[in-house]
Design a binder for this molecule. Sequence first.
Ligand code: DC
Length: 218
Amino acid sequence: MKPIRIAIDGPASSGKSTVAKIIAKDLDLTYLDTGAMYRACALVALQKETVDTTVITEFIHKNPLKFGQGRVFLGLNDITKIIRSNDVTAKVSEVAAMPEIRDLMTAEQRRIAKDGNIIMDGRDIGTVVLPDAELKIFLVADVAERAERRYKENLEKGIPSDLDALRKDIAARDKYDSERQVAPLKKATDAIEVDTTGLPIEEVVSIIEKHIQAIELK
Ligand code: DC
């Protein structure tokens, strides 16, 4: 297989991380959840009680983000679970809109992607982080269905949830992420849009894997 870089972008809870993880396993690719990186920055902002980007970026320089076996570490701390908390979710769009935070995360994401054979999910992978990725997918889904998916995921993870509040939160986060000045959530002109509303995960995976095979055969 030729080294390949796959960008999976789309709004909150459109199924990006679920399908990206399955494809990474099927095809032996590195998986990078870039949302987790912004969530880690939001966690630092909450813990330090500041949105001063110098404080946040210096903390991350001293306590680098690491990924392994499905876990996320900030320095020596395993932050896998806490970055999914409601507090972090409520803070993350604000922190992810800050140019200094995005510069640091984008540089780190490009460093991780430099050898290829990677699938990354986020909002700006196809537009900003890897504009020359071999394959760009933009996943979309109806907001009510996305809220239900997140609701089920939260229950499974033991995170308290309210379906109506989730629907509003997802819509608000999409609006904020799409309207920010720097690297907004946007479909790259050369991305393939896949609407996952009503589609089982296996079918979404199969659609994307067919696109990957087509690239491999070129
Ligand atoms: O995918 P997620 O819900 O874990 O992402 C958390 C937040 O991070 C989301 O509100 C938008 C932001 N984000 C971003 O701005 N750019 C990315 N590449 C990934 C996530």
